[in-house]
Design a protein. Structure first.
Length: 261
């Protein structure tokens, strides 16, 4: 297991094979039938279950994985469309209405598809990422596909960053607890209006991780109280009262927060 930032990514890449890949333009790849996400499978056999986006390679590679939110129809979710609202933008987007820092750290961003849970319409859970070794396996599949696409391997590990929007927050917190049991260090967490349950797992991770970076973007409702609870429980957390609506938060803030480091 990889517990130190200096560890080689080869250990993660060996956790699981990639799915079948289809290029999505320069610096992007959509995978289907990814073995590590087999328990999430729904829709057509060739529907994407993991989408990758990356910028310029370097010696070390940051890994960013996002837990998406609800959909009007969970089983019909088009992950390619969900990518547009995920906040996994590696350059400024017009909707932000602002200039800002440019992401210079080599970064591989990953959007896995959740599993329709059937409890409420449009909701998902994330059993593959909360299972022992599951987060490492999904990231390993992404790394394997990425290195195959660019024809290069042997990167050193940079930071591991987890982000979540809306109902994806529950999956993120379960994955954080399991990552700790697996010995996988998560360096940074960003949540976009995703604290609809007790944030104690988030606080547990932050308190147990030296140098942890935690940013909470929140709007009105239950997220406000839970965001304030995070601020009290972990004073180093950065709390941002959103300037935009719930659905727009990841795209409005994501590129800037990733670039700020």
């Amino acid at each position: 297991m990889i517990t130190r930032r200096a560890g080689l990514l080869a250990g993660l890449a060996g956790c699981a094979g990639p799915g079948q890949g289809q290029a999505q333009g320069e610096g992007a790849l959509a995978l289907s039938n990814t073995p590590a996400l087999a328990s999430h499978r729904s829709g057509g056999a060739n529907d994407p279950d993991l989408i990758l986006r990356w910028n310029t390679p370097g010696q070390a590679l940051d890994l960013v994985l996002h837990f998406h939110g609800f959909s009007d129809d969970a089983r019909a979710l088009d992950l390619r469309r969900a990518m547009g609202g995920s906040g996994l933008d590696l350059s400024p987007v017009p909707e932000s209405r602002a200039s800002g820092p440019v992401l210079v750290r080599p970064t591989l961003a990953m959007l896995p598809r959740g599993r329709p849970n059937g409890r409420t319409q449009g909701s998902f859970d994330w059993p593959a990422l909360a299972a022992p070794g599951g987060l490492m396996a999904v990231m390993g599949a992404g790394i394997a596909a990425y290195t195959g696409a660019i024809g290069r391997a042997g990167f050193a590990r940079g930071r591991v960053v987890l982000t979540a929007h809306s109902g994806g927050g529950g999956g993120l917190m379960l994955a954080l607890d399991q990552a700790a049991r697996d010995g996988l260090r998560v360096d940074r967490v960003i949540v976009y209006d995703a604290l609809y349950r007790n944030p104690e797992p988030l606080l547990r991770w932050a308190r147990a991780t030296p140098g942890a970076s935690l940013t909470v973007v929140y709007g009105p409702g239950s997220n406000t109280a839970n965001a304030q609870a995070v601020g009290r429980g972990f004073p180093a957390a950065r709390l941002i009262r959103a300037e935009v609506g719930h659905g727009d938060m990841p795209r409005f803030y994501g590129w800037r927060l990733l670039a700020e480091g």
